[in-house]
Design a protein around this ligand. Structure first.
Ligand code: GLU
Length: 321
């Protein structure tokens, strides 16, 4: 009897209409960011939902910490990762071969869906006399780690403001997980992070030392928004962080899920299905997801073509034509 069982089981699988068979395990990796950011939670949350269906789909998902957007896009390109989270500005540049991707477009980059908004965020020690971005001149500033979208966008803002790294007394490249402690320890006057709110990193920065969110606005920023479809005005609401009761005006991008055309349609379909079939559960996994609406996640922030697996799910839901 015991010898018959596997044969019967495999017959059942052979007859099943499920394209991915349970015995064919497929490992997928989602690139995130630092552990104190929101990307890490995006990746972990998606994997949690995907892994609930492993028996059915064969997909096993992991979401390690990474250097952020640009690192994720590059790892998807090299085949080291299946999917990743990336800022909408870096999705645009990677696909179109502009900015840091000048001359090397990643034509197989594919959009999956947009997630939460990410305001460009600068936090300064209250004792540093920094009220606007221009006040960073002569100060010690953490500009972020290379490979992060945050660092890339910081350089774009510097350029737009007619400033450069040489204008700072110090420009450090600490990762998100290290920078809040450096602000508290008075190793830097200000930190920068393009990130969803609220998040653990800015919470740590504003609760360990008297620190304020810095306004990033003015004609240079207005021009940046006018010239680039992936930038928009953004507000970090007052009352979200300790000692920051007023709204902070800045600009921002969207976090987006991206993948490669080389990833099979069925794989991306199953990941998208796991998220949107369990959308209330997904939204409950981080406060930055609280305002997400499926229709906006399909329409906003994507400049690369939609991956066919995502498109199939969205069409089934009537969210795309
Ligand atoms: N937007 C950041 C980046 O691409 C990451 C933010 C996060 O980890 O939540 O570097």
């Amino acid at each position: 009897m015991s010898k018959l069982k596997p044969i019967l089981l495999s017959t059942a699988f052979a007859l099943s209409a499920t394209p991915l068979m349970a015995q064919e395990e497929q490992f997928i990796t989602i690139g995130t960011g630092g552990q104190t950011g929101v990307y890490y939670v995006v990746g972990q949350s998606i994997c949690r939902l995907v892994n609930r269906e492993t028996a059915e789909t064969g997909l096993r998902c992991t979401a390690p910490a990474t250097g952020g957007s640009i690192d994720n896009i590059n790892q998807i390109k090299s085949g080291g990762m299946t999917m990743g989270v990336a800022q909408s500005d870096w999705q645009y540049h990677a696909y179109n071969g502009s900015s840091d991707y000048e001359g090397e477009p990643f034509e197989d980059l594919r959009a999956v869906f947009a997630v939460h908004p990410e305001p460009f965020t600068v936090v300064a020690r209250a004792d540093s006399d920094i009220e606007t971005f221009a006040d960073l001149t002569g100060k010690r500033v953490n500009v972020g780690n290379p490979g992060s979208g945050s660092r890339g966008t910081f350089e774009v803002v510097l350029d737009a403001m007619g400033m450069s790294m040489d204008d700072f007394a110090l420009s450090s490249e600490l990762r998100p997980a290290e920078q809040s402690a450096a602000l508290g320890d008075n190793q830097v006057d200000a930190i920068s992070y393009t990130v969803g709110h609220p998040n653990g990193s800015i919470q740590e920065a504003t609760s360990t030392v008297d620190a304020t969110l810095v306004e990033v606005a003015g004609p240079e920023i207005d021009a940046l928004i006018a010239d680039n479809p992936f930038y928009a005005k953004a507000i970090i609401p007052g009352g979200m962080y300790a000692n920051n009761d007023e709204d902070t005006e800045t600009f921002g991008v969207k976090a987006t899920m991206v993948t490669s055309a080389a990833v099979p349609e069925e794989t991306v379909y199953q990941v998208v299905k796991a998220v949107f079939d369990n959308f209330d559960r997904f939204k409950g996994l981080h406060p930055a997801f609280a305002t997400l609406e499926p229709e906006e996640m399909v329409a906003d922030g994507n400049s690369a073509p939609l991956h066919p697996g995502a498109e199939r799910y969205f069409r089934e839901q009537g969210w795309v034509e």
